[in-house]
Design a binder for this molecule. Structure first.
Ligand code: F0G
Length: 345
């Protein structure tokens, strides 16, 4: 399978002769979710972005940003990250033969993401500060040194990520509603750009964690807190674009609590067989909490509305949160009677 730049070359600012850096990202599964569909009385699909090469949607943006950096002759890339961008930047930099540095909030990124950034060979810097501080610092650093910034303030990130909208429409046609977690707000910006370029206009609903909901409150949050560490962000860089996306698409940005996020996070794998990370579960938590709008039902004209939830990252990224929210394993002696008791309960 080709990577997404090759797949959508006509709609991206690249030529096939460019030095494209790809790990065959994109083309992720769009899986029907029958139990969730029943709960909200709609046809719900899950876009499994955790199936990308490094386990998150960031790979879509990173093939764009790192290919553009390679074309410009860059030797090094840098980003601030709550974890997934770091893992993805590290992988694509390795692939391109570039060096990579990542700034992450010390102690606040999931174990799998940290392991990834390190094993792909990045220089991992644990900042005594949150994501917003880290992003401000790397933006300044990239201005002072010949290092390419690959956060979603880089427009090539948005270009790569908009292809997820193309994939959805190419696969199931027009949809009525899309639900997506929002952190730094690059992804919702990218999806909306993609839909507009395809002449589509689904209702876009973005969800933030209650303790990190600047776009809901209408002002930055100085000390964002949430169990969904990927979206622990208090001052999104793509603020205006995200608000424009929901306004133009007649959607909203709303908050879900950590308890609601964790409910969706544990319900999905047990009921749909799909394991995503906590931040990703915010999209499903939001759909369950707020339901499908009357306006979207009206637009569906008597049909069941078609809804897509974006599951941005793989559940395996964050084993600690999984262990904190499930039962324990059952110890067992190697004897039939003990095994029978353990298995049959
Ligand atoms: N879901 C996951 C799993 C993420 O890692 C992120 C962002 C988001 C949702 C929100 O996307 O920022 O475009 O609104 N992660 C960034 C990172 C901030 O550094 O990995 P957004």
């Amino acid at each position: 399978m080709a990577g997404l730049i090759e797949r959508y070359i006509d709609r991206l600012p690249f030529e096939l002769s460019d030095p494209i850096v790809s790990i065959e990202e994109g083309s992720t599964p769009l899986v029907p979710a029958p139990r969730l569909s029943e709960r909200v009385n709609a046809d719900v699909y899950l876009k499994i972005e955790g199936a990308n090469p490094t386990g998150s949607f960031k790979d879509r943006g990173m093939t764009g940003a790192v290919s553009a950096a390679a074309r410009e002759g860059a030797k090094a890339v840098i980003c601030a990250s709550t974890g997934n961008t770091a893992a993805s930047a590290a992988a694509y930099a390795a692939r391109a033969g570039m060096t990579c540095a990542v700034l992450v909030p010390d102690g606040k990124i999931a174990a799998g993401k940290l392991a990834q950034a390190l094993i792909y060979g990045a220089r991992v810097i644990a900042l005594a500060g949150n994501f917003d501080v880290a992003l401000k610092l790397v933006r300044e650093l990239a201005d002072r040194h010949p290092i390419s910034l690959v956060n979603s303030v880089n427009d090539f990130r948005i270009e790569g990520q908009k292809t997820a909208s193309f994939e959805i429409i190419d696969e199931i046609g027009s949809i009525d509603v899309m639900c997506i977690p929002v952190g730094n707000a690059g992804n919702i910006t990218a999806y909306w750009k993609g839909y507009k370029e395809y002449g589509e206009s689904p209702e876009l609903n973005g969800y933030q964690a209650e303790g990190a909901a600047p776009l809901v409150l209408g002002h930055p949050v100085e000390h964002p807190e949430t169990v969904a560490s990927a979206i622990r962000i208090g001052n999104p860089a793509r603020w205006e674009e995200a608000m424009a996306a929901v306004t133009e698409s007649r959607g909203q940005i709303r908050a879900v609590s950590d308890a609601e996020i964790l409910d969706a996070y544990t319900w999905l794998p047990a009921n749909e067989g799909v394991f995503c990370e906590p931040a990703s579960a915010a999209s499903v938590a939001g759909l369950l909490k707020y339901g499908v709008s009357d306006a979207a039902r009206e637009r569906a004209e008597g049909q069941r509305p078609k809804v897509v939830c974006i599951l941005t990252g793989n559940g395996l990224k964050d084993p600690d949160t999984a262990f904190d929210n499930v039962g324990s394993v059952i110890p067992c002696a190697p004897e039939m009677s003990a095994i029978e008791a353990a298995v049959l309960g």
